[in-house]
Design a protein around this ligand. Sequence first.
Ligand code: ADP
Ligand code: MG
Ligand code: MG
Length: 315
Amino acid sequence: LHGQALAEWVHQQADIMGTRVNVTLWHDDPSKGETLAGEVLEEMRRIDSLYSPYKPASDLSVMNTEAPSRGAADPLPISEEMTRLLDKALFYGQLTQGAFDITYASLGRYYDYREGKQPTDDQQQALIEAIDYRHVKLNTANNSVYYQHPAVYVDLGGIAKGYAVDRAIERLKNASVVHASVSAGGDSRVLGDKRGRPWMVGIKQPRGGEGVAITIPLADAAISTSGDYERYFIDDNGQWVHHIINPRTGKSTDELASVSIIGPEGFDTDALSTSVFVLGAEQGLALINRLPGFDAIIISRSGKVDYSEGLAAPE
Ligand code: ADP
Ligand code: MG
Ligand code: MG
């Protein structure tokens, strides 16, 4: 009883993985709750340091340096965790027939959104063939990898934040927390409800719009939103150039403004939000409607909103 009287919400936030991370949890002992929230942020920093393309010593950077010169005879040993990330990413590559492709960065790495730079025509021609997730030869039996094409460069930005929020929620579950919310930019996951009420998660107004477009009530679920307004610039021809790349063309996609996917785990909702962004409304909805347990809210550049079958669409 004494402990319950003290129970309260604990909040912490930090800038990690190039975005704002928020942790909210309910705890009987607020000082233990604060410690736990700190541990969650620490876990997310650990994930960032392993999978950041910007840190030369990250596991990802080491893999991108080493794996292109390895082969079937001398594959690069990687951690079990990297194996799980690559395995999931390659699964979504296959499921989406290459719309989700972590090798998009073979060419996509030459976009610089801050500087407003795009790949040159020479880079486009030379590197487009390096984009193919099937070039990544992963062996899950012995945790090793090699790239079958010398110019392959992998980026996990389309899946790593969803993975990180899952790890955060796992940590809290193991500590017997029953009400929590963790978000990393557009990737969020909630544990339980908000003590008798659902968590209300907002989907931002796409592009230039202020505030929240749609609010979704959630309990025990993940939601990931991909938007063309997170990292972009407008090129000399007035084209909106953003960070989600169609692997077939090497260029940013132009049909959709925002895609939100709801499902049990962030690992999947993150990969699927990026996937549907590339696939477009029609193929994207068809994909989500055949995946049990997942829903989608898709906002087109025209302003049209599409909902998957599992969500009651307002008429
Ligand atoms: P956010 O970065 O806001 O979470 P997403 O989850 O949609 O948004 O991820 C976008 C990121 O995914 C890009 O910044 C890039 O790192 C990566 N990416 C871009 N295009 C693709 C693609 N076709 N397949 C896989 N990953 C991609
Ligand atoms: Mg994603
Ligand atoms: Mg994401």
